[in-house]
Design a protein around this ligand. Structure first.
Ligand code: AMP
Length: 329
């Protein structure tokens, strides 16, 4: 069995789960039947994740959570899709809940490269903290700061931020990072690829030296590892095998068609295959816009998301898509 087959997906069939359990038994890896309770997570968190449909921890969760709860620094090699957000969010909430000081400063900072990720992480925290008296907020660029400023006046325990907007708000004295207890650097490799290294270094100067640091990256080239070593204190290394590139529940087909016939075929598929929601990828922004017009022309509700759309338009399209107000994208 190849190494990547050890990863457990929440959409596994019982047979696949049994096979993987056996693989874990003979490979000596941690027991995949481990429950959230076995990880010593508190009931309000278990209740919230159970309601969210999670039945058991993923590999990154059962490997990382005990160390995070023990107050250790982490260097985690895990991609999006492995459940890594919950792997840091659940223990962070538990640690913050344990000791709630009188002061109302921000106690956890999560730095992430994009606004979409920031929003997603905040949404995850909101789900997991449903039964806890803790609050989260995300701040990111590309939108007016007014809403974020108003939200910052209320209690914020966990702040999720992209580096540029965070530094702006700190410089304008709307955010104080001097009481940060836990710092998470999410998608470190992407952060550095996007040229955020200097911003990250500036943020590091603003947070206390004495803190718990959780460092996550999908890849761990030597540059990233060296950088991690400069900000972590005796970290525990956690690596999970990547999510396999395709879900076994997804049927894949290829159609060979002339360029001029592509849109017609797509419309035909969307209308006749009884699809509930669809994602369509195009090569350029222009083609995406044109395709939306063509789909709308035949009565198919669609919206395009790309870099030329405003943040609000992108978020509206995402919300409509999630709520199935929009069938095609
Ligand atoms: P992430 O890697 O954090 O982007 O998470 C990928 C997806 O897995 C998200 O939609 C999570 O809601 C979901 N997820 C996280 N942990 C679990 C779990 N233990 N069981 C089922 N789904 C999960």
């Amino acid at each position: 069995m190849k190494k990547k087959d050890f990863f457990i997906h929440h959409y596994d069939t019982p047979i696949q789960i049994l096979k993987r359990e056996f693989a874990y038994k003979i490979s000596g890896r941690p027991n995949i039947m481990m429950s959230f309770k076995d990880l010593n997570l508190i009931n309000p968190i278990i209740r919230a994740v159970t309601e969210a449909g999670y039945s058991k921890p993923t590999e990154i969760q059962y490997t990382a959570i005990p160390h995070i709860l023990a107050g250790k620094d982490i260097i985690g090699c895990a991609q999006t899709g492995t459940g890594k957000t919950a792997a840091f969010a659940m223990p962070i909430l538990q640690l913050l809940k344990k000791y709630t000081p009188d002061h109302k400063e921000i106690r956890t900072l999560i730095l992430t490269p994009t606004r979409e990720l920031a929003i997603q992480i905040e949404e995850n925290f909101a789900v997991y903290s449903k039964y806890l008296p803790l609050s989260q907020l995300s701040v990111y660029g590309g939108v007016p700061a007014g809403g974020q400023l108003a939200a910052l006046r209320k209690r914020v325990d966990i702040l999720v931020a992209t580096p540029g907007r965070l530094l702006d708000l700190v410089n304008q004295r709307h955010i104080d990072l001097s009481k940060i207890e836990i710092f998470v650097l999410d998608e470190a490799d992407r952060m550095l690829d996007m040229g955020f290294i200097n911003d990250v270094k500036k943020v590091l100067k603003l947070i206390p030296q004495k803190r718990q640091t959780l460092f996550f990256s999908a890849t761990m080239p030597s540059g990233i590892r060296k950088f991690a070593e400069t900000i972590l204190n005796n970290p525990v290394e956690v690596t999970v095998t990547p999510v396999s590139s395709t879900a076994q529940t997804v049927k894949q087909s290829v159609y060979f068609v002339e360029k001029g016939d592509k849109t017609g075929l797509l419309i035909d598929l969307l209308q006749n295959e009884n699809m509930r929601r669809s994602l369509v990828f195009t090569r350029t922004k222009h083609i995406a816009n044109k395709l939306v017009q063509q789909l709308e022309g035949v009565g198919i509700f669609a919206a395009a998301i790309h870099g030329n759309k405003s943040q609000t338009a992108r978020q509206n399209a995402l919300d409509d898509f999630k709520a199935v107000r929009l069938k095609y994208w």
